[in-house]
Design a protein. Structure first.
Length: 407
């Protein structure tokens, strides 16, 4: 897949720069051509000689090189690549990319390129979580950059949290996914994604709901769309803006969500991310219910339709891949495995949603830790941002549908 593809890798300053050497080695092993720009900060961690020995090419470092700039080197470098890879992407370089600064070879090349840019962030957890960094990341995403990572874990500074550079094999997986079908491996494939909570009315002012924000489902819808899929997003009530290029249907109740999903069939894939309310009121009052004389009020409930099970067990027109999400507070894997069997789906994405010691929770938060349960076993992923989880999951879905496209 990568044979004769040209990759321009921009290595900026950070302790994670040493991982760039492994990525270069893996790229060359796959038959790709690699050129490298090494920033002044990057050269504090790895040497130009180590990079050039792996790329088998000159390492570019200076913007105002008479030989290179006589040929408009920054333009030539940016245009001859099939993909520009920024690894590691420091908070400083991300900020300059977002503002369109061009004050060295790396930033000038990034501003001049007409190719897709893949950004692999790496920084201290506090730097990653700062609102300024998140604003810059959002700008890059809107500008069309592909983000890979970061992941959670122990960092060189001794602190632990989100900010570690994605592992080289995960970066390679993202690169291969990009080049599948010219960067659009899901082109021509329709995928339905549900997201957010459902609101089940009790009376005109009250309803049964949960803490789901919709962030994971919306991020997945966007990631699938960027891989070329025609995405139908069926969303419960959220304050989120629909991702560009995604067809959205907004619903309120579980029944409305099921009907909307059925109307979008047929589809190649169905991903049930939404946290659908399990129950609804047997009777919905037409007027606001008033307090009674005693301290207790009885509310009769009945089960909502099981959207995941209904789609999974369709006799005709079942999507090739049906994925459910299991939000659990205990016995995560065991409960997810039971769900896989009882619903009849292909994968279950299990995540622990209990509130942690800091008062935080997956529901409503910006990070997630998932395990994918299939009949073949368990694939546990490291904690990462919901955007990074979505992008990695979208690539996994793409690979599955690619392998099974003729089935």
């Amino acid at each position: 897949m990568l044979k004769n593809k040209q990759i321009l890798i921009i290595i900026s300053g950070g302790i994670a720069a040493f991982k760039a050497l492994e990525v270069i080695r893996l790229l060359k092993k796959e038959g790709a051509g690699v050129r490298a720009i090494l920033t002044k900060g990057g050269a504090e961690f790895i040497t130009p000689l180590s990079v050039s020995s792996l790329t088998e090419d000159k390492v570019y470092t200076e913007l105002f090189s008479l030989t290179d700039e006589a040929e408009m080197g920054h333009i030539r470098l940016s245009r001859q690549a099939d993909l520009v890879l920024v690894l590691p992407a420091t908070a400083n370089l991300i900020e300059r990319m977002a503002r369109g600064v061009a004050d060295d070879l790396a930033s000038t090349t990034l501003l001049a390129t007409d190719k897709t840019v893949m950004v692999c962030p790496a920084m201290n957890v506090e730097m990653w979580e700062k609102p300024a960094t998140q604003r810059n990341i959002e700008t890059l995403r809107k500008d069309g950059a592909i983000l890979v990572g970061p992941e959670a874990g122990l960092m060189a500074c001794g602190e632990e949290g989100l900010g570690r550079l994605a592992e080289p094999l995960d970066i390679m997986e993202a690169i291969k996914s990009f080049f599948g079908s010219a960067g659009k491996p899901l082109a021509g494939k329709k995928i339905i994604v549900t997201a957010g909570p459902t609101h089940e009315p009790i009376d005109p002012v009250r309803y049964i709901a949960n803490r789901s924000s919709g962030k994971q489902g919306y991020a997945l819808a966007e990631a699938l769309q960027k891989l070329g899929a025609s995405v139908a997003l069926i969303s419960g009530p959220t304050s989120l803006k629909a991702p560009d290029g995604v067809n959205i249907t907004r619903v309120e109740t579980a029944e409305e969500m099921l009907n909307a999903c059925q109307q979008e069939l047929p589809a190649k894939g169905f991903v049930s991310v939404a946290a659908v309310a399990d129950w609804r009121a047997v009777e919905t009052a037409t007027e606001k219910l008033k307090k009674q004389g005693d301290d207790t009020t009885k509310l009769s409930l009945k089960q909502n339709p099981d959207i995941l099970k209904t789609i999974s067990q369709m006799a005709d027109g079942r999507p090739e891949l049906v994925v459910g999400f299991a939000a659990e507070t205990e016995n995560l894997i065991a409960n997810a495995q039971k769900k896989l069997i009882s619903k009849g789906c292909d994968w279950v994405v299990a995540n622990d949603v209990k509130i942690d010691d800091t008062g935080g929770s997956v529901m409503g938060g910006d990070e997630n830790t998932i395990s994918i349960i299939t009949s073949d076993g368990i694939d546990a992923w490291s904690k990462a941002s919901k955007i990074a989880v979505a992008q990695k999951l979208a690539r996994k879905i793409s690979e599955y549908l690619g392998v099974n496209r003729d089935k």
